[in-house]
Design a binder for this molecule. Structure first.
Ligand SMILES: NC(=O)c1ccc[n+]([C@@H]2O[C@H](COP(=O)([O-])OP(=O)(O)OC[C@H]3O[C@@H](n4cnc5c(N)ncnc54)[C@H](O)[C@@H]3O)[C@@H](O)[C@H]2O)c1
Length: 317
């Protein structure tokens, strides 16, 4: 796929849940993929994953020349990454491993090849220090599964150059992702912080017996969640403020919201009881629907929503 970085071949390091999904996405966008993972049966799992994801990717629209067989796998990182133009790293979420991995990757590829990490929580600053030319190491954090969900959060570490962050943001945008650029590193980036805030409150509501787990989920999925799939909190609030917009809304509802904030759950630990109660609530739903059916329906509706979002050019983002 045409892009200003002139990337033709993408290196995928680590072929677990996230690496397999990224590999499928890059193949669907017409790139050659060179994947590596030290686990011997990773190749078999990777190819099976790509086979199963391909129908959905076809429905989303393959780029000309996209071929799921344009994939080479090796357990040898150095051999695998020879000649790649961009690297997406998806190794285990451990700082000691990432530190070594980024040294190895940066030694294996050309000095200007951008190396993006999928890390959910480790700041790039913590694992770029031993790498060759750390200025090209940055975060490209996807949302699971990356072959479906467009968001990629991009930010550099202390040693990353701003130009490379700009180039990576542009690259992701050009290959059909929806990148955002963070102005600074923060634990959990943006989207996981928002998820964590919501998760804290739903766990609290369940713990307090405010409603059944199904009803708490319905409150999200048939209420604000519908709007959040289209516009973020700020723009939704702006529309909620009528002609006077967000400033009016915040002035008007701000004091009431301060009262709700004061009442929100402040859970610090997930107790075994909370996990058991959550599981019991989920099991009630699974008596009637299978998890496979729910996942397939979720993916189907997600796809239709994504198509509708792309089609309506009046949306601001
Ligand atoms: N799971 C999620 O929802 C999610 C979402 C976004 C980002 N991430 C991030 O993506 C990364 C991978 O997460 P995951 O859920 O796919 O984990 P995972 O455990 O499924 O996969 C990690 C893979 O890395 C491989 N690996 C181990 N050592 C390696 C090495 N030296 N070189 C190459 N590969 C090596 C493992 O064999 C495994 O296949 C993490 O940094 C995680 O924070 C995860």
């Amino acid at each position: 796929m045409k892009n200003d970085l002139n990337v033709r071949t993408v290196g995928i390091v680590g072929c677990g849940l996230i690496g397999m999904s990224w590999a499928a996405y890059y193949l669907a966008k017409g790139f050659a993929v060179r994947a590596t993972d030290p686990v011997a049966n990773a190749e078999e799992k990777l190819r099976a994953y790509i086979d199963s994801a391909w129908t959905l990717l076809e429905e989303m629209g393959l780029e000309p020349g996209a071929d799921k067989n344009n994939l080479r796998f090796s357990t040898n990182l150095k051999e695998s990454l020879r000649g790649v133009d961009f690297v997406q790293e998806n190794g285990p979420e451990r700082v000691d491993l990432k530190l070594k991995l980024f040294k190895d990757i940066s030694d294996a590829v050309g000095p200007d090849v951008i190396i993006a990490s999928s890390s959910s929580g480790i700041p790039v600053s913590d694992f770029q220090t031993e790498a060759t030319n750390p200025a090209r190491i940055l975060l490209g954090h996807p949302f699971n599964p990356p072959h479906v969900v467009p968001l990629v959060e991009v930010v550099g570490g202390k040693l990353t150059s701003a130009e490379n962050v700009t180039r990576a943001v542009k690259f992701y945008a050009q290959i059909g992702k929806k990148p955002i650029r963070m102005k600074k590193e923060m634990k959990g980036h943006i989207a996981n912080r928002i998820q964590a805030a919501v998760f804290r409150e739903v766990l609290y509501l369940l713990d307090q017996d405010a409603a059944s787990l199904a009803d708490i989920d319905i409150a999200m999925a048939h209420g604000p969640g519908l709007r959040w799939a289209i516009l973020g909190q700020f723009m939704n609030a702006n529309l909620g403020g009528g002609d006077a917009g967000i400033k009016h809304l915040l002035e008007h509802l701000g004091p009431a919201m301060e009262g709700w904030w004061a009442d929100l759950g402040r859970i610090e630990h997930v107790t075994p009881q909370m996990a058991e109660k959550a599981e019991a609530g989920i099991n009630e739903i699974l008596k009637v629907h299978t998890a496979n059916d729910i996942a397939a329906a979720r993916d189907n509706v997600l796809l239709q929503t994504l198509k509708a979002k792309v089609a309506d050019k009046r949306l601001p983002y």
